[in-house]
Design a protein around this ligand. Structure first.
Ligand SMILES: [Mn+2]
Length: 316
């Protein structure tokens, strides 16, 4: 099997059409497909804080859903699809609230999607029901794996008892994974949002909003037991000098370095020239969600066990 693994779209419909054309997909009766390749979407189809002519949440979801239903694509769940489900699911313990709180911050991330589909409309319900059918990860017989942010088997094992046989969420897991601090919450956060660790006492950095932070997102694919904070930190370049070049102290490390078959993920808003982060690991999110000409990126996989820069494709 040949697969095109496509990064986070965040409603950028025009970029999606541009990429599908570039990859040689064709539209027949409203459904995009390719003769020899199957598309795989890594999640985060929705949520863009901008309103622009090239952005359409509805058209993006409809296009991907039609491909999945026709068998020309697979799609997994991103953190934004999970959030969308939790946003409209009443808390069974307090029916006046929702599993994802309707706070101003949460609303800000989601409001453009809600405005487009019409909150609580039949279309909104239809889309959320479809999101619930998206698996959390794919482990394909052809020899590739796909997850939204981080492939960490210890956390996958935590969720496995609450997943369907196709690795989709059950209603029970949507509730459990919405309870801050629960094992299921921690596991889902890690898989869909990546690993974070605390810096040693007294260390911190300024994020892009100028706020001081003491926790860092990390390169989960590195062997953390042999790395320093500075080596694994995923922080803005101008913050890197603030990160200590000290061995990582945390004892409950989940990531010992990934050594399996090729794994693809999105989520990280990478920039620059796309390239694998290791022979068997590649991120396909190069910030297509941003305005302007940041590309929607795909990796065209044709059976290789060593991933290469040449495998990345995007319309320029
Ligand atoms: Mn994401």
């Amino acid at each position: 099997m040949n697969y095109d693994i496509i990064g986070d779209i965040h409603g950028q419909y025009d970029k999606l059409i541009g990429l599908l054309n570039h990859l040689g997909y064709e539209e027949t009766n409203g459904i995009w497909s390719h003769n020899t390749h199957t598309a795989i979407f890594v999640g985060d189809l929705i949520d863009n804080t901008h309103v622009e002519s090239g952005i359409s949440h509805i058209k993006t979801v409809r296009l991907v859903k039609a491909m999945v239903e026709a068998g020309s694509a697979l799609c997994i769940m991103g953190n934004h699809e999970f959030n969308a489900i939790a946003w409209m699911t009443p808390d069974p313990e307090d029916q006046t609230t929702f599993l994802r709180e309707h706070t101003p911050n949460n609303d800000n991330q989601h409001k453009n999607f809600l405005a487009e589909v019409g909150e609580n409309s039949p279309l909104h319900h239809e889309i959320i029901e479809w999101f619930k059918t998206l698996p959390l990860w794919l482990d394909l017989p052809a020899g590739i794996r796909v997850i939204h942010a981080a492939w960490i088997e210890e956390y996958q094992a935590v969720l496995k008892p609450y997943l369907t046989e196709n690795n989709c969420l059950t209603d029970e897991l949507v509730i459990k994974a919405s309870r801050k601090g629960s094992a299921e919450y921690v596991a889902l956060e890690a898989l869909c949002k990546g690993l974070e660790i605390e810096l040693p006492e007294g260390h911190g950095f300024k994020d892009k909003h100028g706020a001081r932070r003491t926790g860092i997102r990390i390169r989960w694919w590195k062997n953390l037991t042999e790395s320093t904070y500075k080596e694994v930190a995923l922080v803005p370049e101008d913050a890197r000098d603030s990160i200590p070049d000290l061995p990582i102290e945390q004892l409950n490390l989940k990531a010992k370095g990934y050594t399996g078959v090729p794994v693809f993920f999105g989520h990280y808003w990478f920039s620059g020239q796309p390239e694998p982060v290791a022979n068997n690991i590649a991120c396909v999110d190069y910030s297509a969600g941003k305005s302007g000409d940041t590309p929607l990126v795909a990796y065209r996989w044709e059976g290789e066990s060593v991933l290469t820069e040449a495998g990345f494709m995007f319309a320029v």
